[in-house]
Design a protein. Structure first.
Length: 359
């Protein structure tokens, strides 16, 4: 693989979106049916903008089809879990329109769930299914641990990537060198913190900040001083304010002060508005059904002018440890690097949770 390959920004044009069907019964417990409903709602919301392929474990394809409906393509491959931001390949492009998939190693966020061998293999199986060139990396990396601008800059957290349960034999400079070699970035910005409550992923950056345009970052900045991340996110903000991107631009920071906690199965979970998926012409955002939802959606809509912003209820996904971004992985188009807006659309909508579709 040559350095001409790079990981495009998430707002670039997509060929489609990959998702995986909720699988691990011991993770979901009594909320499994709610999780299936929310995954299906997310899949159908994204399918309004681009093709969605849902991967189900062998024997579960019909279940996924029943819930998701005819607008979502379902295929069957061996799976352990359902968090494709982390176990699916990270796609890269070169200037000639050639696409490859980087197959990083996966160890279930430091061995938190077993087994995980099928999820470690699924990236290669997906690339074979898609007939996309596979590029192997021996480094453990989850896609939720990084955000890129497509112009050479990558942001991550020390809390996650330097955690000893990922790559204990690699120093910080080794990890940075592998990110640059495999993803085509030239500058890595290290934030000190992920979310304090994010013990599942050890502080993925997709709960902290995300590039929304070249030189522009949206940041979770809880306005409530009693929030456990109030000071931590301001420390991250200070790092972003003091640095520039790979092109030498100071970073414009858009803050999301809203946070929302909700109860599910007797557990208080935080639904992260920042954990959204950018689709062709749209943005699909997890919401809690709380009063704070509207203001957060409006902030995200302002950060993505020309895109339709859709809120999808996602407390069960939060119960499992993530959000909309965590359960999706974009496949970039090989012919066009910039997003295309094809129609005039309203700024913000919200979906109503639904039951399984009937055949």
């Amino acid at each position: 693989m040559t350095s001409s390959f790079r990981m495009p920004a998430e707002w670039s044009e997509h060929e489609g979106c990959l998702m995986a069907w909720p699988t691990r019964a011991d993770l979901w417990g009594e909320v499994l049916l709610r999780a299936k409903g929310e995954y299906a709602d997310v899949a159908r919301a994204i399918a309004e903008f681009e093709p969605v392929t849902m991967v189900a474990p062998p024997g579960s394809g019909e279940d996924a089809r029943t819930w998701c409906g005819d607008d979502v393509t379902v295929i069957e491959l061996p799976l352990d879990d359902s968090w494709f931001r982390d176990s699916a390949p990270l796609f890269v492009l070169d200037g000639d329109g050639r696409r490859a998939g980087v197959d990083f190693r996966f160890n279930a966020w430091g061995g938190k769930h077993a087994p995980f061998d099928a999820d470690d293999r699924v990236s290669g199986l997906l690339l074979d299914h898609l007939a996309v060139e596979r590029v192997h990396s021996g480094m453990i990396l989850e896609g939720g641990a990084i955000t890129v601008d497509g112009e050479g800059t990558l942001i991550t957290t020390e809390q996650c990537l330097l955690h000893p349960n990922r790559n204990p034999g690699m120093r910080r400079e080794d990890i940075e060198a592998e990110l640059k070699a495999r993803l085509g970035v030239t500058k890595v910005i290290w934030l000190p913190y992920g979310g304090l409550l994010d013990t599942e992923t050890d502080g993925h950056v997709d709960g902290v900040c995300a590039f929304v345009a070249p030189g522009t970052v949206v940041v979770s900045l809880p306005g409530d001083p009693t929030h456990p991340d109030h000071a931590r996110m301001r420390a991250n903000q200070a790092v972003l304010e003091a640095t520039s991107d790979a092109q030498g631009r100071p970073l414009e920071i858009i803050d999301i002060p809203q946070t929302s906690f909700t109860d599910i199965a007797g557990v208080q979970v935080e639904v992260s508005y920042l954990n959204f998926y950018v689709a062709n012409g749209g943005v699909v955002v997890p919401v809690a059904g709380a009063p704070q939802d509207e203001a957060a959606l409006e902030t995200i809509a302002a950060a993505f002018p020309g895109r339709k912003v859709v809120g999808v209820r996602a407390p069960a996904i939060a119960y499992g440890g993530g959000g909309v971004h965590c359960i999706t992985q974009q496949i970039p188009a090989v012919t066009q690097q910039t997003p295309a807006v094809t129609r005039q659309i309203p700024a913000v909508t919200q979906q109503t949770p639904s039951a399984p579709r009937t055949a």
